[in-house]
Design a protein around this ligand. Structure first.
Ligand code: HEC
Length: 169
């Protein structure tokens, strides 16, 4: 009975993450594609690429958890942790909306006026990512499922506050 419950919970969590990542996948194609501009825009593009890579890594880890075999998730878990840790440095001053050379970004100006709050949101994701890395290392699917359940809110918490709507096509 508990085994069945674990499977059901894993499936529900994985479906939730798949949905969440899918939402990004749909938007990715229309947001910052084909941008050619100065170095500020390149910094924006670079962080968007890092975010996308993190979303992909997360999706692969959640698929593995859903399949009940997380033995090969070490690298993707590290990608999530490293990206979370790098978030503060991926948003240097001068790469926000309206800054010279920035033609397209969903970053809100509040990132630079409420930087402590932004960095705290990054740390929340880092804390969850640390659990993901630990669960992967211990090959503990139950711990992984629990950690994955905390990821969506950690992404969303920051996006709701600090990410604007996708730009028009
Ligand atoms: C501390 C804040 C923060 C956290 C935590 C965070 N993001 Fe983001 N994310 C942003 C911001 C801000 C942008 C917009 C960057 C830009 O356009 O310059 C963004 C952009 C993205 C993008 C690029 C596509 C788009 O919508 O513009 C993806 C994909 C993404 N995030 C996925 C994730 C996932 C998955 C997680 C959790 C594992 C996550 N993010 C956690 C702040 C965050």
């Amino acid at each position: 009975m508990r085994g069945l419950l674990a499977v059901v919970v894993t499936a529900v969590v994985a479906a939730g993450i798949a949905w969440y990542v899918g939402v990004f996948d749909g938007k990715d194609k229309t947001t910052l594609a084909n941008v050619t501009s100065g170095s500020s825009q390149e910094a924006v593009n670079a962080r968007v690429d890092r975010m996308k890579a993190m979303a992909k890594a997360l999706s692969e880890v959640s698929k593995a958890a859903e399949a009940g075999d997380i033995s090969g998730t070490g690298e993707n878990a590290q990608t999530i942790l490293k990206t979370a840790n790098d978030i503060p440095s991926l948003f240097p001053a001068g790469t926000g909306p309206g800054d010279p050379g920035v033609t397209k970004t969903r970053a809100k100006a509040e990132i630079w006026s409420k930087t402590d709050e932004f960095n705290a949101d990054a740390k929340k994701l880092g804390d969850v990512a640390t659990k993901i890395v630990a669960a992967s290392g211990a090959n503990d699917t139950a711990a992984m499922t629990a950690a994955l359940g905390e990821v969506g809110p950690a992404c969303k918490g920051c996006h709701d506050t600090f990410r604007g709507p996708p730009p028009p096509e």
